[in-house]
Design a protein around this ligand. Structure first.
Ligand code: AMP
Length: 541
């Protein structure tokens, strides 16, 4: 037995001692803020003292309603390391979800960005927020607000000492919490223990994970309210890397200028972020030479995106994960022996969700619970387990029973695995289209359509059909409004017909202005179905 538990505490301690001058940088409403690990450590301890004084200790939840910035990073280390639990809340969720989440988590202190005060006020309800003893507005003053009692961050921590003896913690102690923003039903809470966060951090540092080291300058674009920004604040600190936080609602110009000015080597975000930057680059010159790799996940990285960044000299590291997995599960690195393969073959591998990260186990099972062969063709549901995968939802025995089988998390992702072990998501369990008894991967058809230059975004859903059960229909946002709609639809139809079995060709290709998105930026197929799944759309056959 090791003599000491696995917690987040040593990561900060080591970063301060080994890299006292390495920087933590944030874009804020007042411009760029920058300080060193030494000062970051002091700020964390000051905040720890303030949390102590507010009575926060083991078992207490500290909520955050914030964008990506250095103060948010301070809560990442202070709240768990005093023994409390960092609960990041997604401010883009509908107010009733925020209300449900605060009531369910019973947060005692809530940190909120000034720019998000309105969203929190919209969710506020005296009874649902009864557990909240204090709101802390991140800044040096409190704007006009109905929330109370309220204080500003600087006053909350200001008078406190930068000396603090971190308590010895049990690794089983809950240290973090995040709710899945599921498109159906109530959000489900996932708790992260100290040990889960420690293990996930260590896995991300390995080459088979994200391979972060002290030469890196890490810029998480993925929000810090979404599964701890994929763990990057912890990983960057553990590695001694420089942190760069892009602040509230960064646009492509903000992100590109941070890359140029701070020398970002690694960044991470959902595909739409990277597509937005590519569009920006069409109109503007930029120097992205420091940027070595971008981690793309949350939804599938289209092959076209991987190719275009490769041409810019930036490696796309395609990763898959879930809130329930802290979140990283697979990463699409090139396996030994594949380095020399032709570009197109390489892109095809990178467009898969990738290889399981060491430390995890997986199974792919069909409807009868039998494991499917790793032949790149047979589909099944992906099950995973491991040291950073939860085995339950917070206070939700019903959902726990549905989504877990012992230590296995049933991910709801339908995948194939090729003989080399690359996992490819072909659909979410509810999105896969069944036509005449045969499965169609909506994701593959979407990706093929999105690879077309004239297409900005596309989604494919099953539309009820009398004869076939369901038929695919595509909803496409053209890259340029002035496009000839009919000929684009025809072109996309023939494109699919060329490359896929004929029953995969969508019966309808509709051009629309926008694809509805979830609070985490994914296509909201539930809304697409509600708005567009009209059998009359489908061509007669
Ligand atoms: P969340 O818990 O909100 O992070 O959502 C997790 C889900 O997002 C997964 O179960 C997948 O369906 C989807 N997802 C995450 N990463 C990817 C990826 N690289 N490609 C396709 N889907 C992904």
């Amino acid at each position: 037995m090791p003599g000491y538990d696995q917690t987040l505490q040593p990561f900060l301690w080591r970063a301060e001692r080994l890299y006292p001058g390495r920087e933590v940088v944030a874009r804020t409403a007042d411009g760029i803020e920058r300080y060193t690990y030494r000062e970051f450590g002091d700020a964390c301890r000051r905040l720890a003292n303030a949390l102590d004084a507010a009575g926060i200790g083991e078992g207490d939840r500290v909520g955050t309603f914030c964008w990506n910035h250095h103060r948010h990073a301070e809560t990442y280390f202070a709240a768990p390391n005093v023994g409390g639990q960092l609960h990041t809340i997604n401010p883009l969720l509908p107010p009733e979800h925020v209300q449900y989440i605060v009531r369910n988590a019973a947060d005692r202190v809530l940190f909120v960005d000034p720019s998000l005060l309105g969203a929190l006020e919209a969710a506020y309800d005296e009874e649902a927020f009864a557990s909240v003893e204090r709101f802390v507005v991140v800044g040096d003053a409190v704007p006009e607000t109905a929330l109370e009692p309220v204080t500003d961050y600087d006053s909350f921590v200001g008078a406190h000492d930068a000396e603090y003896d971190w308590p010895e913690l049990d690794e089983e102690l809950p240290a973090g919490m995040c709710y899945t923003s599921g498109t159906t039903g109530k959000p489900k809470g996932v708790e992260y223990t100290q040990q889960m966060l420690w293990a996930h951090t260590m896995a991300t540092l390995t080459p088979a994970g994200l391979g972060i080291d002290d030469s890196d300058v890490v810029m998480p674009v993925v929000p810090m309210f979404h599964v701890n920004a994929w763990g990057l604040p912890f990983s960057a600190t553990a590695a001694g890397a420089k942190h760069v936080y892009p602040g509230p609602s960064p646009d492509p110009a903000d992100l590109v200028s941070l890359v140029e000015e701070e020398g970002v080597t690694l960044s991470a975000g959902v595909p739409t972020v990277w597509l937005g930057i590519l569009e920006f680059l069409e109109e503007h010159d930029a120097d992205l030479s420091s940027l070595e790799r971008i981690v793309v996940g949350g939804s599938a990285a289209p092959e076209s995106l991987i190719r275009r960044y490769d041409e810019l000299g930036v490696e796309v590291v395609h990763a898959w994960g879930m809130t329930e997995m802290s979140p990283i599960g697979t990463v699409a690195h090139l396996k030994e022996g594949l380095e020399g393969v032709p570009h197109e073959e390489r892109y095809a591998k990178q467009a898969k969700q990738g290889l399981l990260v060491p430390g995890l186990e997986m199974r792919v099972v069909d409807d009868d619970g039998e494991e499917v062969p790793w032949n790149g063709e047979d589909f099944g549901e992906l099950w995973v387990r491991g040291p950073w995968v939860t085995d339950r939802y917070f206070e939700r025995p019903d959902a726990t029973q549905q989504d877990f089988e012992g230590s296995w998390l049933k991910t709801g992702d339908i995948v194939t695995v090729d003989p080399e072990g690359y996992v490819q998501i072909v659909d979410r369990a509810g999105d896969v289209i069944k036509s005449g008894g045969e499965w169609i991967s909506s994701v593959e058809v979407e990706n093929a359509i999105m690879a077309h230059d004239a297409v900005a975004e596309a989604t494919v859903i099953g539309v009820p059909h009398e004869k076939w059960g369901e038929r695919p229909a595509a909803f496409v946002v053209p890259a340029d409004d002035g496009v000839d709609r009919e000929s684009l639809a025809d072109e996309l139809t023939s494109l699919i017909a060329e490359d896929y079995p004929d029953w995969w060709t969508p019966d309808a290709v509709e051009l629309i202005a926008e694809i509805p998105k979830t609070a985490t930026g994914k296509f909201d197929k539930k809304v697409v179905r509600e708005e567009h799944a009209d059998p009359e759309l489908l061509a007669e056959d």
